[in-house]
Design a protein around this ligand. Sequence first.
Ligand SMILES: NC(=O)c1ccc[n+]([C@@H]2O[C@H](COP(=O)([O-])OP(=O)(O)OC[C@H]3O[C@@H](n4cnc5c(N)ncnc54)[C@H](O)[C@@H]3O)[C@@H](O)[C@H]2O)c1
Length: 309
Amino acid sequence: MKPDEQSLKGRTAIVSGGARGIGRAIADDFLRCGANLVIVDPGVGMAGEAQEPGLADQVVAGRNCAAAVCGDIADPRVVRQAVALARSRFGAVDILVNNAAILRDSMIFKASREDWDAVLRTNLSGAFQLLAEATPVMREQVKAGRTPGSIINIVSSSGIYGNFGQYAYSASKAGMIGLTRAVAHDLARSGITCNAVAPFAATRVTESLPPANENLAAYKRRALTVPAVYVARLVSFLAAPASLHISGQLFAVRGRDTMLFSQARPAAHILQQPGGSTIMDLTEAVREWQPVFTLLETDIDAFGGDPVV
Ligand SMILES: NC(=O)c1ccc[n+]([C@@H]2O[C@H](COP(=O)([O-])OP(=O)(O)OC[C@H]3O[C@@H](n4cnc5c(N)ncnc54)[C@H](O)[C@@H]3O)[C@@H](O)[C@H]2O)c1
């Protein structure tokens, strides 16, 4: 038997958006590691439009350790159903993966309130909903003597660097990074961990990137060579009891390159005059910060180069 096949044995995971793409790779890896699995996925298109409503059922068909809820992770009734299913079918909830996301890209000066609401609802409120429903259960389990569980939020480099045309998506993913830190603090005493992973992998999303310029066309060609398995392997590691000492951290996976990100802390200080400095004083003082300003670059500028696959 390969060593990983027992590493999640007896643990039960809920994966949102687990019927396709990176979520599917994570779900498959969990099953390979011996976990029980509930996927929550309404089988929608990239912008959240109805597409394949029975996809989640198809993915779990014939797999004894897996069950599906074909519904929207932002709908409290759906999430209640998923948590109840995990408990009734498998006896517990140990691992949460907030992976479901949609995209509705446009520049901020062509923004639509409807798109903003839809993206924030799925990507951020969906994660909140699952956390709000499942963490009370996970804490009670720890009190009853069960090994603490793990939460993994799938974020994006777009939420760290920002990206053109992704005001809603970037905001939702940056929100998830803040959510990760807050939840890690809240659950620290119970030993339940919460970490974030920014993935890169070939899925229908990378496939659909409109190559607006040669830089993006080259990025797309490179991105399409990256399998999701490396993301799934890091997520399984973070879900395993062996990593219960790690919480509040931000990781990224780009092909085989697996990264730990630093997180924002003060990079420079000045003291204002008592009662507040003048704009002229601030102009002088802040000039010295120029070398430590964060460059306005995207992840594509920052990473460059081919991913290692
Ligand atoms: N592919 C990449 O390189 C990349 C890069 C950065 C971040 N991500 C993140 O990785 C995650 C997966 O992305 P992907 O490329 O596999 O996307 P995908 O579009 O291929 O799959 C997303 C899945 O989520 C499901 N989903 C959408 N709305 C849902 C909802 N309301 N409730 C439950 N499920 C829902 C979809 O039906 C689909 O099965 C997302 O969080 C995405 O933001 C991906």
